[in-house]
Design a protein around this ligand. Structure first.
Ligand code: SAH
Length: 233
């Protein structure tokens, strides 16, 4: 497949599945036009990599749908100065988009083969402001913190306290959580001093955030309980 065909597929993806659905941040659109999504799949997916759905990447995991990557990235409100922590590297595609829009990105993936593959692809494509670690993201990555943004790319039953603790003041965590009715929604948890405000965004469907028993060390925080502040939607 020629490079030109991938470029055309990317332009179409951004126009039809991102811009036309309301994501308008020019920096997000530009990054998605530039990052070669197909390279992150790890086998020859062809232009199907740019279609309007999530894509299997092995190990029962998926690369998120282009719209969802765009939506979350826009909601992260990145100016280019931020330190970002991503939990759930997966293919590394979203990591690459973040790398283009933030100052530095730390990303944690629990499946060793995925972490290794993402590290290689990101390095080969010269995304040099990224650190990748194979670990249970439940504990975050305190050595690189505090973070202005934390992004979850897998749905948490409960938001790990360690991740909120690694946020800078006024920083926020964004990502899918499982509600009491079993449905998932994207929430934004904003740290204000010792308190956390919650904002509810849209319903969604993500693979679950797994908690590795053997690596367990940090307690959880229920986003429904004990958090001050307003909710929306
Ligand atoms: N943004 C990624 C999404 C991958 S799917 C992409 O577009 O490719 C979510 C990823 O989260 C999976 O790779 C899964 O293995 C990982 N994951 C699930 N639970 C995790 C945990 N506790 N710590 C780190 N990664 C986790």
């Amino acid at each position: 497949m020629r490079w030109k065909q991938y470029k055309i597929a990317r332009e179409r993806m951004v126009r039809e599945h991102v811009y036309n659905r309301g994501v308008r941040d020019p920096r997000v659109l530009e990054a998605m036009l530039r990052v070669p999504r197909h390279v992150f799949i790890g086998r020859d997916a062809g232009v199907e990599a740019y279609a309007d759905h999530s894509y299997p990447i092995g190990f029962q995991q998926t690369m998120s749908q282009p719209y969802m990557v765009a939506y979350l990235t826009e909601e992260l409100r990145l100016s280019g100065e931020e330190k970002v922590l991503e939990i759930g590297t997966g293919s590394g595609y979203h990591t690459a988009i973040l790398s283009a829009l933030a100052q530095r990105v730390a990303t944690v993936e629990r499946v060793p083969q995925l972490a290794e593959r993402a590290k290689t692809v990101l390095r080969d494509l010269l995304f040099t402001n990224v650190d990748v670690k194979n670990d249970d993201g439940w504990n975050g990555w305190p050595e690189h913190g505090p973070y202005d943004r934390v992004l979850l790319t897998a749905a948490a039953q409960q938001v790990p306290r360690a991740l909120l603790a690694q946020l800078s003041d006024s920083g926020f965590l964004l990502g899918p959580v499982v509600r009491q009715d079993g449905k998932q929604e994207i929430v934004r948890l904003i740290r204000r001093g010792g308190k956390v405000e919650i904002e509810r965004l849209i319903e969604c469907s993500f693979v679950p955030m797994v908690r590795d028993e053997k690596r367990r060390s940090a307690p959880a925080s229920n986003p429904e309980a004990g958090l001050a502040g307003s909710s929306r939607s």
